[in-house]
Design a protein around this ligand. Structure first.
Ligand SMILES: [Zn+2]
Ligand SMILES: [Zn+2]
Ligand SMILES: [Zn+2]
Ligand SMILES: [Zn+2]
Length: 245
């Protein structure tokens, strides 16, 4: 039997659930039960359909199936003027005290904007059009930064979010892409940014609660099948963690 999340043999038992061992290693056993309840599914792969999740235990009505923090959260690619931290629409935003990106108030800094604030200390164009070009790509830039962080720590999310197609999608103007990358000094990472943008295009979850407008990437959630008549409910909390039940 394979580990619940990787192709290695499952040899470590979980004292909380069934007799078949779910994991190959202490770190994957920890991920099987990250919040006090066992994840009732395993990740499998098939040549025809790619990766998918399959239930490995009975799931009762109303039971939580998956709780997951976002790998990345940010403005959507639809060029809406929003606070880059809390994603509230801001028709008349103020700038971050340290860079030209828009915040709903100077006090609304936080961990997401810290991923790129240092890259924006130099000025970018001052028109709204210039700002929107950066917002369109900001979440892809964050995803590249988060993948770098996770890869250095050997974390799981990064391997679940393997790079997708590298061709430029029609939703992205090559001139805009190059201008943005030049202004943040990331010209050499063009392929990585395009792949991240495509990945968000395919697997991003729209964030629309409480008037916010943005997108988030939840690695395990993105592997769930879509159904027009779903048998689960998705909840997003204020910290942008996701629960599927
Ligand atoms: Zn494993
Ligand atoms: Zn268990
Ligand atoms: Zn804000
Ligand atoms: Zn800033």
């Amino acid at each position: 039997m394979e580990c619940w999340v990787c192709p290695l043999p499952a040899i470590l038992h979980c004292i909380h659930c069934g007799p078949s061992p779910p994991a190959c290693s202490p770190s994957h056993l920890l991920l099987h039960r990250p919040t006090g309840s066992c994840r009732p599914f395993a990740l499998r792969q098939d040549e025809r359909v790619g990766r998918y999740l399959v239930a490995t235990m009975d799931i009762k009505a109303g039971e939580s199936v998956l709780y997951e923090e976002a790998l990345v959260v940010g403005p959507s690619r639809e060029r809406k003027l929003v606070c880059v931290e809390c994603l509230t629409p801001c028709p008349l935003p103020t700038s971050c005290p340290k860079c030209p990106l828009p915040l709903c108030s100077p006090a609304c800094g936080g961990s997401w904007h810290l991923l790129e604030c240092h890259k924006y200390r130099a000025s970018i164009g001052s028109s709204q059009e210039d700002t929107l070009a950066h917002l369109q790509l900001l979440t892809a830039l964050r995803l590249v930064a988060r993948r770098g962080e996770q890869a250095s720590k050997g974390e799981l999310g990064v391997s679940l979010c393997e790079v997708g197609g590298e061709g430029l999608s029609s939703a992205l103007d090559p001139e805009v892409l190059r201008k943005v990358l030049r202004e943040v000094g990331m010209e050499e990472q063009e392929q990585e940014v395009v792949a991240a943008h495509n990945h968000l295009f395919i697997n991003g979850k729209a964030i629309t609660e409480g008037g916010s407008v943005g997108t988030g990437l939840f690695p395990l959630y993105s592997l769930l099948n879509h159904s027009c008549l779903p048998n689960t409910l998705t909840l997003l909390d204020k910290g942008r963690s996701l629960e599927e039940g």
